[in-house]
Structures are given as structure tokens and as C-alpha cells.
Write a protein that binds this ligand. Structure first.
Ligand SMILES: [Ca+2]
Ligand SMILES: [Ca+2]
Length: 282
């Protein structure tokens, strides 16, 4: 990040009225997008998050709303001035401070706007979220933070159909596997890479904790994105991609390493993955 953008993390201000559980779940989505920016995309963009509430709703001497005061504690305990993947995750900010950070970023990047969508865009489904993050976590409500396991932090979200997801990350910037079997519900779970959507079916004692974060999803809810198999990211699925599978043929590297070529998440690169690739050919 440039020196004028030395304030890392997500800055809060007030922009929209939402219920608390959705504010928290949306923040987890933003956190994953921010981590991707920090570790992969590296745009240095300013990330802000917030909600609408009246000041008296936060004042214990007035008519404080318990769920909002609890939300402040949740942010303070988990994110404000806390490290996530070794980076300062978030800081409280006034709207003026956030605006100035945006202006500084625009000054440092004169040919760009702080967003990748049109300035007049109002459809949130076209916001520049990572698509797997959007597909797996939108319209979920926050349920609870899960018991800490070493440096691992994880949070549970649920939608109105009762589908569950977990967002997993570490306080440190190193990648490792964590045993979450004590508290992960029974069933078959997969770890989703937030940027690519590639997944790996898991043993709950071996959850990959990556510096870009991990989304845990029940295997019955897995999504096969239409770019699956386009390993060289040239927009088509053809011979170079097939060769990439052959280069990676055999058993996958141990977690938390990513297994390029494994399209069905079974920790092997073999003929099943070739068939999956062929089904997307073109
Ligand atoms: Ca390709
Ligand atoms: Ca496979």
C-alpha cells in the first residue's frame, strides 16, 4: 500500500439502515474482500462499512438499544484494532475521516475511482465483491462467534432456509490447518477459496486457515462456477488447461496448500477432474 494509504483495514461510517445480524454478516463478506485486496489484488482501495442508527440508540444514559450496544462490543472485541491475518483489521472512523481517505486514494490514483463499478451503479449485486463470497454469503444473517482455537477465529452465519456457513481466519498471517471438529456440526464440509471458488472436501480436524480467509460450506451447497477449469484465466477452457491438470496429476499437496487441478475437491487430480473440465470445455 502507498504511504498515503497507510491506514490499513476497514473504516466504519454510517450509510444504510440494516438489522444487526445482517450488518455483521455483511461485514464478514467485506472482511474477506479486504483480505483478498491485501494479499492478492493489492489495489490499496479504502474499505468502509457502517449502518444507520440514532445516536441515542447507543447512549446508555438515553434509550440505548441492546442489540446495537452489543454490536459495538462485537466489533470492538473481534476487529477494531485487532489483527486479522497479521494486519490491523478495522478502526472506527467518522464520515469525514472516511471521505478524506477516499479523497487521498483518488489523488494517489488519478485515473481510477475507488470502485470498479459505475459511479452511478445502485445494484448491490454488481458491486465488486468476489463472486464466490457474494454467492456463498449474501442474504445470510450472523449467528455467533465460535470458540477460539489457538489463533483461529471463526463465525457462524445462517440464512432463512437454515443453511449454514462459517467464515474462518487467523489472527496471524501464517497459513496452517486447524482442528475445528469439537464445534463444527456433523456432515460433510468443504473449504472454499474466496477468490476462485475452488473447494476442497474436508476432514473437520484439518480445516485450512489461510491468510485470505476460508468459507466453510456443506458439501450439498457447493457451487461449480463457470470458470472452473480455466486455470490460465484466458477466458476459455481448452488444451492449456487440460495440460495444467496433467502437470498436477496425482495426490494433492497437504493442506493448507491449494491443489490446482482438483475440480471436484476430493484431494486428488485424476480422470474425474478431466471429465469435469471437459464438461466446461470451450
Ligand atoms: Ca484457459
Ligand atoms: Ca479431484
Amino acid at each position: 500500500m502507498g504511504s498515503s494509504l497507510s491506514v490499513d483495514g476497514v473504516h466504519f461510517n454510517i450509510y444504510q439502515e440494516m438489522r444487526v445480524s445482517m450488518v455483521k454478516a455483511r461485514f464478514l463478506m467485506e472482511l474477506l474482500n479486504w483480505l483478498d485486496d491485501v494479499y492478492i489484488a493489492d489495489t490499496g482501495r479504502i474499505w468502509s462499512s457502517g449502518w444507520g442508527s440514532h445516536s441515542h440508540e447507543l447512549d446508555p444514559a438515553e434509550s440505548a438499544v441492546p442489540e446495537w450496544t452489543e454490536a459495538l462490543s462485537w466489533f470492538n472485541n473481534n476487529f477494531i484494532d485487532e489483527t486479522i491475518s497479521g494486519k490491523q483489521a478495522a478502526t472506527w472512523s467518522s464520515m469525514i475521516e472516511s471521505a478524506n481517505l477516499y479523497k487521498d486514494w483518488e489523488t494517489a490514483n488519478p485515473s481510477a475511482i475507488p470502485f470498479t463499478y459505475s459511479e452511478k451503479e445502485t445494484n448491490e449485486e454488481t458491486y465488486p465483491y468476489l463472486l464466490p463470497v457474494w454467492k456463498y454469503l449474501t442474504l445470510f444473517d450472523y449467528v455467533t462467534e465460535m470458540p477460539e482455537v489457538g489463533d483461529t477465529r471463526w463465525h457462524k452465519v445462517e440464512n432463512e432456509d437454515g443453511d449454514l456457513r462459517y467464515v474462518v481466519y487467523a489472527t496471524t498471517d501464517w497459513e496452517y490447518i486447524a482442528d475445528l471438529s469439537d464445534d463444527l456440526p456433523a456432515g460433510t464440509w468443504a473449504a472454499i477459496e474466496p477468490r476462485s471458488g475452488y473447494f476442497r472436501i474436508l476432514d473437520p480436524t484439518e480445516i485450512p486457515v489461510r491468510n485470505v480467509g476460508t468459507i466453510l460450506v456443506p458439501s450439498e451447497d457447493l457451487i461449480s462456477f463457470d470458470w472452473f477449469g480455466d486455470f490460465n484465466e484466458d477466458g476459455s477452457i481448452n488444451v492449456p488447461d487440460l495440460l495444467r491438470i496433467i502437470e498436477n496429476w496425482g495426490n494433492c499437496p497437504d493442506l493448507p496448500d491449494i491443489c490446482e487441478g482438483d475440480l471436484n475437491g476430493d484431494a486428488e487430480v485424476n480422470v474425474s477432474d478431466i471429465l469435469e473440465l471437459i464438461s466446461n470445455w470451450g
